[in-house]
Design a protein around this ligand. Structure first.
Ligand code: CO
Length: 137
């Protein structure tokens, strides 16, 4: 059901410092920082040949990644994002299998302005999973 790995998200305390690590030490192409107040993060996109890395720094007191950074002050891997063709069909299938969707269960527009959902890490091997609908259906 799931398709390509769209991105791996890493929460960091300082997105500029993290950008320098990925650009200068790891030799990748990194975007400028994008503040996304509606999502409570500043994001830098790292382009790899086969996927993307998203470096996320909390933005604002209500940031959804603030508590994660409090528990992981040096930063850490936050979630994996898998692509699906039809996010509502995927959600219904997963819920029927007993998986829990975070929030109210309705897809919201994510950082790429495409519909996304998050799945409870306890149902998926201890890993927070984001599903992103990539088809234009
Ligand atoms: Co994501």
């Amino acid at each position: 059901m799931i398709g390509r790995l769209n991105h791996v998200a890493i929460v960091v305390p300082d997105v500029a410092a993290a950008s320098a690590v990925y650009r200068d030490t790891l030799g990748t192409r990194v975007s400028a920082p994008h503040p996304l107040p509606a999502h409570g993060v500043t994001v830098v996109f790292v382009e790899l040949p086969n996927t993307k890395i998203e470096l996320l720094e909390p933005l604002g007191d209500a940031s959804p990644v603030r508590a994660f950074l409090d528990r992981n002050p040096n930063g850490g891997m936050h979630h994996l994002c898998y692509e699906v063709d039809d996010i509502v069909a995927a959600r219904d299938r997963l819920c029927a299998a007993g998986a829990r969707v975070l929030g109210d269960g309705e897809p919201r527009l994510g950082a790429h302005d495409k519909p996304v959902l998050f799945l409870h890490p306890k149902d998926f091997c201890g890993t927070l999973i984001e599903l992103e609908q990539t088809a234009s259906a």
